[in-house]
Design a protein around this ligand. Structure first.
Ligand code: SER
Length: 580
């Protein structure tokens, strides 16, 4: 079975169980305050898991492109990636554990014909906050798994989420497959690497708040997530994700350019293939390599790939390695559409790094000669003058069993006001959209700002290019090619504040996408799956397609204040604003 057939099979299976296919969303989360990337299919669904009504109903399915950089150190083995596709199906307050597990098993054993004898599962053993998951245990037995193949494990193993500090979470039941040629052991041992996790049903019944309390959700949800590349490997009969259709052509390209065999350089080739693929997809979603946030992640991925490329003595550009990615993923239309730009960015970043890399490596050798630790000053020198991401310095140092003064480095950055560059790396660990009253208000303020910009700058072609909300502030990107004057900023503020004072109720209506478009609503219209969308209106002032949630009335917003207006990238400006 090939990649496209597997996608089709999965989606069709869940459609036959009354699920609606939802969009494979951008890797850059919309209106999600504290995460840099979409790390699981559930990210774009957070508001709905917390209780918002989803316009497409309570049963959803998709394949979602994801970036998880927490696993970057694991990349190099058979099954870890920074970019991967996730198979996801959801019950948004609809079916429960029994049906979820039945669907998972039916898909695996009946639809994909995976022998039951090669499967095992785990369930949550219970603790003081959440009881033992007896329901999942019984259904697994009923489906034919023997007791010895069901592990009952603690919170470290069988609890998922929240993805960050706050958000939906709950106990989960995981499913495993025996990947080895050796006979399947009678008893399941989750520590045995030959049992590979295929996916998990997370029973999202709690919301963790910022104080760490687990609050029961209004509704019980199920969030299934499965590793697409792993499944493909099993179906294609490979014991290595990098041998599947999702990677093969990239690996072959690397073999060809390096004149070396995959057999001899598995780790290096896997890292290069993975990182270039991730960088390609992130750039395709509108990010360019840079020194902060997502841009810094792309930079790190590209630079790390270049380091390994050097080890394989590849002379040609990484953009050559990226080419097969467009063939493998030709179902992602935005990839092909932005191909030229993506290849250009990869090449440019490489050229930039090449200029300093050789020199930097020489300096590195000098610095480390007869030393046990790299000082913060030297690490900072490598970073600032030679463009070495700190992670790369650490990695190089590790190879020589040398330590790096990381704490000192961070302090050094801070004193150079460069903290944002490194702090971004830590952001993956923080929280998801929290749906708090304050973020709802700021979200409404984003819609008002969006409209105010068009009115005051007298330009109907201004649109949102991105946004990010934390409980403290909103950040809004829009297309415009010059700095705003103080007078313009004042007028924008005044208009938003006028609308706040008018105490306008915010209304939501569901309608088909084309109707929303005809009504003049702002939003993205190339979404082929949306039969029904939510449109939020603020009187006659603003109308936008949006998932919500929002404030109920503009009066809740009090006072709107612009704190900063700056360039974000070519032709894109960025406003940071607060509510007082
Ligand atoms: N959110 C869970 C995961 O990513 C299940 O989808 O594993």
């Amino acid at each position: 079975m090939n990649r496209k057939q597997l996608i089709k099979k999965y989606i069709e299976f869940f459609k036959s169980k009354d699920h609606k296919e939802i969009q494979n969303a951008s890797l850059i989360p919309e209106n999600d305050p504290t995460v840099l990337f979409t790390t699981a299919g559930m990210h774009p669904l957070v508001p709905f898991l917390l209780g918002e009504k989803h316009p497409q109903g309570k049963r959803l399915v998709n394949i979602q492109r994801c970036i998880r950089t927490v696993d970057i150190g694991e990349v190099g083995d058979i099954k870890h990636h920074t970019f991967f596709e996730q198979m996801g199906n959801w019950s948004i307050g609809d079916y429960g554990k029994t049906d979820a597990i039945k669907y998972t098993f039916e898909f695996l054993t009946a639809s994909l014909k995976i022998p039951l004898n090669k499967l095992a599962a785990s369930i949550f053993e219970g603790n003081s906050t959440s009881p033992k998951d007896k329901e999942s245990y019984s259904i697994l037995l009923e489906l034919g798994l023997p007791e010895e193949r069901i592990a009952i494990l603690d919170k470290n193993e069988n609890w998922w989420g929240p993805a960050g500090k706050t958000g939906p979470c709950g106990p989960d039941s995981e499913i495993f497959y025996w990947i080895s040629e050796k006979p399947v052991p009678k008893t399941f041992d989750y520590k045995n690497e030959n049992w590979m996790e295929l996916g998990n049903n997370v029973f999202m019944e709690y919301n963790k708040d910022s104080k760490g309390n687990l609050l029961p959700l209004k509704q019980k949800n199920v969030d299934y997530g499965g590793g697409f590349e792993r499944m493909l490997a099993i179906l294609e009969g490979h014991n290595d994700n990098y041998m599947t259709e999702a990677f093969k052509q990239i690996i072959q390209k690397i073999e060809q350019l390096s004149n070396k065999k995959y057999e001899d350089y598995k780790k290096e080739m896997r890292i290069i293939a993975d990182h270039i693929k991730a960088a390609t997809f992130i750039i395709a979603d509108g990010i360019i390599p840079g020194n902060s946030e997502q841009g810094y992640v792309v930079r790190r991925l590209i630079r790390r790939a270049i380091k390994f490329k050097k080890e394989l003595e590849i002379k040609e550009s990484i953009s050559k390695i990226a080419k097969p990615i467009f063939k493998i993923y030709n179902d992602y239309k935005h990839l092909e559409k932005n191909k030229k730009q993506i290849l250009k960015e990869l090449k440019q970043e490489e050229d930039k790094f090449e200029k300093t890399l050789e020199k930097g490596l020489k300096i590195f050798e000098k610095i480390t000669k007869n030393k046990k630790e790299i000082s913060c000053k030297d690490a900072f020198l490598l970073y600032q003058s030679y463009g070495f991401p700190i992670e790369m310095t650490i990695e190089l140092a590790k190879e020589q069993k040398i330590k790096v003064d990381e704490t000192g480095f961070k302090k050094e950055c801070k004193s150079h006001e460069e903290l944002s560059r490194t702090a971004s790396a830590g952001k993956f660990k923080s929280g998801l959209a929290d749906n708090s009253e304050q973020t709802k208000k700021l979200h409404t303020a984003c819609h008002m700002l969006n409209e105010a910009l068009r009115v005051i700058l007298k330009n109907p072609d201004i649109h949102q290019k991105g946004s990010n909300i934390t409980p403290e502030r909103l950040r809004f990107d829009f297309n415009f090619d010059r700095k705003l004057t103080d007078e313009e900023k004042q007028k924008i503020e005044d208009l938003v504040n006028k609308k706040i004072q008018e105490k306008i109720p915010i209304e939501m209506e569901e309608m088909p996408l084309d109707k929303a478009q005809k009504s003049g609503a702002q939003g993205i219209f190339d979404d082929k799956y949306k039969e029904k969308v939510k449109v939020y209106s603020i009187g006659n002032f603003s109308k936008e397609i949006c998932a919500g949630p929002h404030a109920k009335n503009t009066s809740e917003l009090e006072t709107f204040k612009i704190k900063k207006e700056e360039s974000s990238s070519a032709g894109v400006r960025r406003i940071k604003a607060i509510l007082k």
